[in-house]
Design a protein around this ligand. Structure first.
Ligand code: SIN
Length: 327
């Protein structure tokens, strides 16, 4: 090999890894709602904050509206490292931990203050780590809001729902909740719910004011009950291998971005939930039943036995901490 050729070749070989590592690593963040929701806004802020400090090393590619995958698929994709981030409802972690089922238990948290106290306490913080052995690390919680019941026909008492098909997130607690009401639970990904309601494949569903409003579920669900019977909590998650491979400094930046983005998302979620509730209350085509304490007690009586049924699955200490946060 002549010396000039060798010099050029060796130079190219040396340059190659430098050029490759100079490219920032692309990290995919998938979520299922639209970009104008609190989730969309928080994801946008997370990207901005991460890239402000680390754009020489990482860029975040946001894929909204379930265009890449639904939430359940996103959980698996984060665990396997196929994508870096997602913020699914905790109801979708059933294959990874039993403990997070505590959030699905009906009427366990009286309000968002109780949820917050539980999440920020030692047990709630430990739950962020409950899937780390299976490839998922939690970076914090998103309050999507309290769930309300909706249907295509009037209902006031639990027996009014008997025989109707209700869409659920794929969670055995939620399945049992609707079975206790005599309804038929139908697990469906979020992006398919509107069409299933329009086609009358399902006659009801449970969701937050924001999801009911932004996804226009009210067009096929004129009857609603302000039941606040459950909380739709999300968790910002990342891949454990990716997380553990970061330097301390990088982890600090990602943690800061997650914290700020979730604070922002939670504040927006609270405000948007209140606005969307008002918007639905003002619609002439929508009938929102607001039960008193006595009426709600009938619903609690049917649903609350699930607490005992799931005590050992979620852990007696976890259930006790959740109950204590509400007292
Ligand atoms: C979401 O708010 O992320 C989706 C909730 C659902 O699947 O009902």
């Amino acid at each position: 090999m002549n010396r000039t050729f060798c010099a050029v070749l060796c130079g190219l070989l040396l340059l190659a890894p430098v050029t490759a590592s100079a490219e920032p690593q692309k990290l995919i963040f998938s979520y299922v709602t639209s970009s104008d929701t609190p989730t969309g806004k928080l994801v946008a802020l997370f990207k901005k904050l991460v890239e402000r400090k680390l754009d020489d090393r990482y860029t975040i590619e946001i894929v909204p509206e379930g265009r890449l995958m639904d939430d359940a698929q996103a959980v698996d994709a984060v665990a396997s490292g196929e994508i870096a981030f997602a913020v699914p409802p905790v109801s979708k972690f059933g294959d990874y931990t039993q403990q997070l089922k505590v959030f699905d238990l009906p009427f366990l948290f009286p309000d968002m203050g109780a949820v917050n106290r539980f999440e920020q306490g030692p047990v709630g913080q430990q739950l962020l780590e409950s899937m780390s052995g299976k490839g998922i690390v939690g970076l914090g919680y998103l309050h999507n809001g309290a769930k309300q019941l909706t249907a295509n026909q009037p209902f006031h008492t639990p027996s009014d729902l008997a025989g109707l098909s209700f869409r659920i997130m794929n969670s055995d607690v939620l399945r049992k909740q609707f079975e206790r009401l005599g309804a038929t639970p139908v697990p469906l990904p979020f992006p398919e719910v509107y069409q299933a309601l329009a086609d009358d494949r399902i006659q009801g569903q449970e969701n937050t004011w924001s999801n009911i409003y932004s996804k226009r579920f009210y067009e096929h669900q004129p009857y609603m009950m302000e039941s606040n019977h459950g909380m739709l909590e999300g968790m910002l998650i990342t891949n454990a291998g990716f997380w553990n491979g970061l330097s301390e400094e990088e982890r600090r930046h990602f943690r800061y971005a997650a914290h700020m983005a979730l604070e922002y998302g939670n504040a927006m979620s609270l405000a948007k939930g209140a606005n969307d509730r008002e918007a639905l209350l003002s619609m002439k085509s929508v009938d929102i039943y607001q039960p008193g304490a006595t009426e709600l007690a009938q619903w609690r009586e049917v649903m609350e036995p699930l607490w005992d049924e799931y005590r050992s699955a979620v852990g007696a200490d976890v259930l006790q901490a959740a109950q204590a946060a509400g007292n």
